[in-house]
Each structure stands twice: as structure tokens, then as C-alpha cells.
Design a protein. Structure first.
Length: 365
């Protein structure tokens, strides 16, 4: 700490700043000034350099020594404290403003119901209240909510910020839901029905999914994708033996949605209550348990498309749309899910089978 704090056009002068000038005007050493003031050289040095505040006793000694009032010195300390708060607030606002620029405020206004903001300060205030944090800089901490994997390689600060903001919104939604205590066996019993929903439209399967999950102790949250979050889904335990399973419409493809859903279901069934799982398309966060992730990937792939059936079919790069549709019908799943698997496995290029793949768009209700 210095006896003079400067930030842009703001200045804060500690009482020690003025004491230093007085010592220079008197043309004496700090040691002599300390003796005259009735304090130690060490205490005076700390005061002059702004390392300690001016106490009532020190203010009284100065006023007697210099023929001024105690109030003058205490007022200098008060003004310094007030200006220091102003500087810190300005500095905080500027730093949080940089983070706010990484976040799409309109997402929270349009989907979460945040009010319009007149300026950056209002945006920061509204978003902090929404995310239940005191400072947006908290979102930059990689271990704030979770260490996770994301779909974006070479993770940047904006990815960390937005992914944690998205997860907090999912948690907020989950805590407003009435769900039963978690029942793994009950959830396992519904897996065949959930798989069959790939053949339905979202307006059919989403209400039923919510009903199933709620009865199994899972708060099922669907959110629109938040730009730069890189997230497909998340699992986090909360409350009294309850868990949130959150998905969004990132990439919008149905095959991504269903793979992510079954991937997260596996994480729920793993019941690692102290872990938080966030998943995308690549393993970019190092603290995730690779075996748990591999298990979840394998479960999602093989439950949607049974491995024995897939290997028996043995498709190659020349596979036709008709053959894909026929295979999908045989195993009772949407052909877009099969096409997505073939693309993921590198059997066919990403630009193939666009007519077979459908897109979902999540709207908050």
C-alpha cells in the first residue's frame, strides 16, 4: 500500500502523505519526528508509507504537536478511506466489465427474465444476483463450480466464464423443481422407454422425460445454448439425494442431444455425488476421471446402438441413406442417431446424411 493511490482520474491521499511533506518542510529526520510525536520510528514509517491507518491516539499527538485539531487529521483518514472505496469500486467495475463483455446478456434477458440494463454497472449487478455471486471475476476461477471437460479445445477465459454461468442457471432451475429422492433402479427401468423417444418429436418426449426423471429423483433441465460455453450437458448432485441433469441445444442435432442425454444418465447412475460432470465433444479439462468418462461414452454409444448389432451390420463409407434408415428401423432408433454415430466413427464424412439428421431448438417456458 502506498500513501498515494491513483487509478485513472481518481486519487486517494493517505494522512501519511501529508505527514511526509511536513517532515520535509521541518527539515528533520523521521526518527526525530517520531520522538516529537511520541511514537516509535517503526510506527511512523508505517504511517508515512500508508501501511497503517491513522488512529485516534496518533491523530491527537499530531494535533497537539502541530497546533491543529484532531478532527482535521481524522477527516483526512476518512476522506482517504472513502476515496479508496471509490477507486476499488471503479477498478472492480472496469475488471468485471471486461468479463461482462464475454457474456451474452441478451441470453439471460430473453431466457431467464433479467430486466433490461441501462449500463454496464446494471448488467453486472443483475447478473451477479442471478448467478448468486458477489463478483463476476469469480466465474474465471476454473474450480469455482467444477473441473470439467468441454467441447472447445484450447479453453479460453470466456469459455470458463460462460460454462460456469450456464451451470449455475441450470442449478437455479433445478432447485425450483419438485423431484423425488433418487432411485437408480427406477431410472434403469425407464431406459428402454427413453431410448424409444428418439423416434418422437420434442413436444412429445420432453414432457414425458421430465415426468420420468422427476419420479426418479433427477431434476431434468433443458436450456438454450449459451454462446462460448462449449457445453452439451451436465450432472451435479444437490439437496437431499437429488441430482440435476442439464442439457442444451448446442449444435442442435438430435444425435448430439441423445448421445449427451445417455452420457449424462450414465454419470447419474455412477452416483459420484462429490463430482460434477460437464461434457462436450472433447476432453479438455484434465481433472475429470477418464475412466468414468469412457464408461459414459461407451454406455451412450452402445445403449443407443447395440454394439453387437452395429458390428454385425459392419457399414462402410459407401453405405446409403436407405441402408441407414433400414438399420435404424431394425433396432428401433431414429436414423439421424445412426448417421451421427457413423460420422463420429469416421465411417462417413460430416457432410453426409444431412437429410437424415434433425435439429432441436430449446425454448424456455
Amino acid at each position: 500500500m502506498s500513501n498515494k493511490i491513483e487509478y485513472n482520474d481518481l486519487f486517494a491521499f493517505h494522512p501519511g502523505y501529508y505527514i511526509s511533506e511536513i517532515i520535509d518542510d521541518m527539515e528533520i529526520t523521521q526518527a526525530e519526528f517520531a520522538k516529537r510525536m511520541g511514537t516509535t520510528e517503526k510506527t511512523l514509517s508505517k504511517l508515512v508509507n500508508g501501511h497503517i491507518n491513522l488512529s485516534n491516539d496518533l491523530a491527537k499527538n499530531l494535533s497537539t504537536m502541530l497546533g491543529s485539531s484532531v478532527g482535521v487529521w481524522l477527516n483526512l483518514q476518512q476522506k482517504y478511506d472513502e476515496k479508496l472505496i471509490e477507486i476499488k469500486e471503479r477498478e472492480s467495475l472496469d475488471e468485471q466489465g471486461k468479463i461482462m463483455k464475454m457474456i451474452d446478456y441478451s441470453y439471460f434477458k430473453n431466457n431467464i427474465g433479467l430486466p433490461p440494463a441501462k449500463n454496464m454497472s446494471e448488467k453486472i449487478k443483475n447478473l451477479c444476483a442471478c448467478l448468486m455471486i458477489s463478483d463476476l471475476r469469480i466465474l474465471t476461477q476454473q474450480d469455482f463450480l467444477v473441473n470439467y471437460r468441454t467441447g472447445i479445445k484450447n479453453v479460453q477465459e470466456k469459455n470458463i466464464v460462460n460454462s460456469q454461468a450456464w451451470l449455475q442457471i441450470a442449478l437455479n432451475c433445478a432447485k425450483q423443481m419438485n423431484v423425488d429422492s433418487f432411485d437408480a433402479n427406477k431410472l434403469k427401468g425407464f431406459l428402454p422407454e427413453i431410448r424409444s423417444m428418439t423416434l418422437q418429436e420434442p413436444n412429445q418426449f420432453i414432457p414425458r422425460l421430465r415426468e420420468i426423471f422427476s419420479g426418479c429423483g433427477v431434476a431434468f433441465v433443458l436450456l438454450p445454448h449459451l454462446k462460448n460455453s462449449g457445453i452439451n450437458g451436465a450432472v451435479k448432485w444437490f439437496g437431499n439425494n437429488q441430482v440435476v441433469l442439464a442439457l442444451n441445444d448446442r449444435r442442435c442435432n438430435a444425435d448430439t442431444f441423445w448421445f449427451s442425454l445417455f452420457h449424462e444418465i450414465k454419470h447419474v447412475l455412477q452416483q459420484k455425488v462429490t463430482k460434477v460432470f460437464i461434457s462436450g465433444n472433447n476432453d479438455d479439462f484434465s481433472d475429470m476421471d477418464n475412466q468414468l468418462e469412457e464408461d459414459a461414452d461407451a454406455f451412450a454409444s452402445n445403449y443407443l446402438i447395440p454394439l453387437n448389432e452395429y458390428e454385425k451390420w459392419h457399414p462402410n463409407k459407401y453405405v446409403t441413406d436407405e441402408e441407414i434408415v433400414s438399420f435404424a428401423k431394425k433396432i428401433g432408433i431414429h436414423p439421424g442417431v445412426v448417421a451421427g454415430r457413423l460420422q463420429y466413427d469416421g465411417v462417413i464424412p460430416q457432410n453426409r446424411c444431412s437429410k437424415l439428421k434433425v435439429k432441436y431448438h430449446i425454448v424456455m417456458r
